[in-house]
Design a protein around this ligand. Sequence first.
Ligand SMILES: [Zn+2]
Length: 196
Amino acid sequence: MSLLASIGYFTLGGCIGHVLPRFPYLLLSRNKGFNTRFPPHPEAIPLSPYLTQRVLHMRMFYWMGLIVVLLPLILGLLTVRWGDAAFGFGLWISSGWYLLNRIQSLFGGQTPPWTNKMALDLQIISNQAEQSDACCNWASPYWQVTGIVCVNCNSKLSKMPRPDLGRKRSERKPMGFFRLLLSDGYPMVSLPDEEE
Ligand SMILES: [Zn+2]
């Protein structure tokens, strides 16, 4: 086989190994029926138990990848042994890298885009809005791209940027998919710390 074909197969294997374990959070929850409780994609989302639950679901989909990744890992090994070695190697490298990356986040470094703490924080802010020490009488916290804001009095309740929340994305078909692949679910903005 020519070198060019090998490189092509390697790249193809690499791409499949990259996308496959991300399928749960890329695909599950994207259809309309799953998102009737939320406004359409770029809009801010009101804090509610549904939102808290969605964060926990996204977290579950994220970790589900650890099971899905076994597929390209095993397939990669088999292909290196009995099939096209370049393809199998690409598959194996990228899924192995994925596995290392996820395991590393158990020990430190960047936290996953969706965490238990995030769900807890949302619930706390949501509860506070209903109590007497809320920012205003008709507090209604919304999660915008850069943080949680009360849309009634405009006070900023949290600086937690909004990750992808599994809604159908507003961009046209392949673009939304690529943006998700690039961002890996993390918030698209990283603002410099505001001076206070
Ligand atoms: Zn308010």
